[in-house]
Design a protein around this ligand. Structure first.
Ligand code: SF4
Length: 294
């Protein structure tokens, strides 16, 4: 195994909450992991959060699932393990569900708004889940963003109306490529990317930022900011530096539903003791073209 390297501040830590959503989105790659919940452990997850905080006290945390808002009591426990030195993101559908009403979810966010950096709400051109009203999403009292997967043969002509729907509430949108299809060869490819061609045709392209692992093509429509995000389906890059040392460069670390810590999305366990000696490098995310702050 190679020694670890990561960016200043540490790799992003994604936490898989130990409870499922009620949905079956066709592009979901997490669903099968929730089929057998017998080894899931909230306590083990909390322990792993504390371990990662100890090693990288300024890394970002992302809650995903499953559905983070499907059990507010457990989410509170996990959030309470994360000191405020970290940025915290929550990926959610802001679900319509029996266990917690919209009012309860909004109250929860209000109570934790100093701990939560941004809530990313999944909304797609094709509806796969029962959606809470846009007026409710607009009332979320933290930063928020809509994440929209443009999956297979999506109805491209509906894109402007989709943008208008969230532009009305000034909620930025991140369009996403089905990342199981991304490769190092097509990550930055423009001509052969039909989504990029659709977005260029319908909106105004403004700029591109990116790194070895992921990128964002930035667009504007009637003053509204949108990003088209592409990322590789794994999160480790093996590279040899100028001194001949080969490193595993980590971009994402995962805390699984069992509390087990992985160094990649591909099922590789993290050597926690080796990560305590991780070497840091400047984050290679940079502006590549045009402008992205507007
Ligand atoms: S809501 Fe999220 S976790 Fe649930 S099936 Fe859809 S993509 Fe998967």
């Amino acid at each position: 195994m190679n020694p670890y390297k990561t960016r200043e501040g540490g790799a992003t830590v994604t936490i898989f909450v130990p409870y499922d959503c009620n949905n079956n989105c066709p592009f979901c790659i997490n669903k099968q992991e929730y089929a057998d919940t017998s080894t899931f452990s909230l306590d083990a997850i909390c322990e792993s959060i504390r371990t990662m905080d100890e090693i990288t006290p300024y890394c970002d945390f992302v809650f995903t699932g499953g559905e983070p808002l499907a059990n507010l009591h457990s989410l509170q426990k996990m959030l309470d393990c994360i000191p405020t030195t970290h940025k915290v993101y929550i990926n959610t559908t802001f679900p319509v569900q029996r266990c917690h009403s919209a009012a309860e979810m909004l109250e929860f966010v209000e109570k934790n708004k100093d701990k939560i950096t941004c809530i990313n709400i999944s909304r797609h051109l094709v509806k796969y889940v029962e959606e809470s009203a846009d007026e409710i999403i607009a009332r979320i009292p933290t930063r928020k963003r809509v994440n929209c997967v443009l999956y297979k043969s999506y109805p491209a002509e509906q894109l402007p109306a989709f943008v208008d729907r969230f532009r009305y509430y000034s909620i930025p949108i991140q369009f996403r490529y089905d990342y199981t299809e991304t490769t190092p060869e097509n990550l930055y490819e423009e001509e052969g990317d039909p989504i990029l061609q659709d977005l260029r045709r319908l909106f105004t392209y403004r700029g591109l930022d990116g790194c070895r692992m992921r990128n964002g093509f930035h667009f504007e429509y009637k003053g509204h900011h949108m990003t088209y995000h592409k990322t590789l389906p794994y999160s480790t890059i093996v590279e040899t530096d100028e001194n001949g040392v080969t490193y595993d460069i980590l971009y994402d670390i995962l805390i699984k539903q069992t509390g087990e810590i992985h160094s990649d999305w591909t099922g590789v366990p993290l050597d926690v003791e080796a990560y305590r000696k991780v070497v840091f490098e400047p984050y290679d995310l940079r502006l590549i073209d045009g402008e992205i702050d507007y």
